[in-house]
Write a protein that binds this ligand. Structure first.
Ligand SMILES: Cc1cc2nc3c(=O)[nH]c(=O)nc-3n(C[C@H](O)[C@H](O)[C@H](O)COP(=O)(O)OP(=O)(O)OC[C@H]3O[C@@H](n4cnc5c(N)ncnc54)[C@H](O)[C@@H]3O)c2cc1C
Length: 293
């Protein structure tokens, strides 16, 4: 009874446009969109998906996602429920729910006199999304600060991992088909002003080099072991290249900006042209960093 589709479907929203949720502000609708309150409800949703053979999509804050114009057929699960937004600190450890807003967490931690997360300044999104992406940059990655985490598998089992049990790579990790539900970080004691100063420094640097305040999804392609994607795209003189309402940023060549009326197809076409040009001119195959649904 508890898992019956009727009971679960009360929290479902149907045909929800994802455009308004993604940082690109493009993309079609989710067949079903659901925001479980906490782990018990999440488990019931997953059970429903299994019984009804629905495809599962996990949505953080959509800051690294390109959703196709036709949307997604299946259940989009957004960990926006109150119980996924808890933050608890115990000495040098902070436990955060997967739905916690990463920039807010970084600030809260800094203001309580702890450092460790400031390397992630300027990265939007949720804690769960950042873990899945192993978000970071030249000052460090989120995996540097994680001490343990918990996931729920698509069949509803909770697994707890110590940091060393998870493989983190360049903008990925080996937790596929699992939903990050909470993460514990190990911080280091620091002076509030030192951490805030570092945050300001990193933020100012990003503001100078990235088209902040526009509709984008961060870096589109991964750097290769030899080359930075932005440098190759810049060298190929692709800055300013447009398809429909999508343009290669003049400020950062590895960012594509939706100038207001871009579709996801415009962005995909621009990405295709960039990849083709870089392959032709430098014989380098660029790989997407953003996830495409
Ligand atoms: C202006 C700007 C600057 C950026 N700068 C950086 C940067 O410096 N470094 C960097 O690494 N990234 C950067 N990004 C990209 C992005 O912010 C990060 O990848 C971020 O961590 C994504 O978090 P999210 O919650 O938005 O994830 P989403 O975009 O919603 O999802 C990303 C992927 O993670 C999965 N996912 C999300 N939450 C969970 C969960 N709880 N459990 C399992 N899977 C989940 C999704 O299914 C998807 O595959 C930037 C983006 C923007 C717009």
């Amino acid at each position: 009874m508890i898992n019956s589709p009727e009971i679960i479907s009360e929290i479902f929203r149907y045909n929800v446009p994802l455009q308004k949720y993604t940082s690109f502000r493009t993309g079609g609708a989710a067949e079903i969109f659901v925001e479980p309150l906490g782990v018990l409800e999440l488990k019931r949703v997953l059970r429903f998906c299994k019984d009804e053979q629905k495809k599962i999509f996990i949505f953080g804050k959509g800051t690294n996602l390109l959703v196709g114009d036709n949307g997604v057929k299946g259940v989009v699960i957004h960990l926006g429920g109150i119980n996924f937004k808890n933050v608890e600190r115990d000495g040098r450890y902070v436990l955060a729910g997967a739905g916690v807003n990463l920039p807010k967490l970084i600030r809260t931690v800094a203001l309580s006199g702890f450092g460790g997360l400031e390397a992630l300044t300027g990265i939007p999104g949720t804690v769960g999304g950042a873990v899945m992406m192993n978000a970071g940059g030249k000052y460090g990655d989120i995996s540097d600060t994680i001490s343990s985490l918990a996931t729920m598998t698509f069949d509803g089992t909770i697994i707890r991992y110590m940091r060393e049990d998870v493989e983190f790579g360049y903008r990925d990790c080996n937790l596929s088909e699992q939903i990050v539900i909470e993460v514990e970080f190990q911080l280091n004691e620091s002076k509030i002003e030192v951490v805030l100063e570092k945050m300001d420094e990193i933020y100012n640097e990003k503001q100078e080099n990235q088209p902040l305040g526009t509709f984008n999804a961060g870096s589109i392609f991964k750097n290769t072991s030899q080359y930075k994607a932005a440098e190759l795209i810049d060298r190929a003189k692709l800055k300013g290249l447009k398809v429909g309402g999508a343009v290669v940023s003049e400020k950062h060549a590895n960012f594509i900006v939706n100038t207001g009326n871009a579709t996801s197809s415009d962005i995909l076409e621009l990405m295709r042209i960039i990849k083709e040009t870089i392959k032709k001119e430098y014989n380098v195959s660029l790989e997407e960093e953003i996830h495409i649904w």
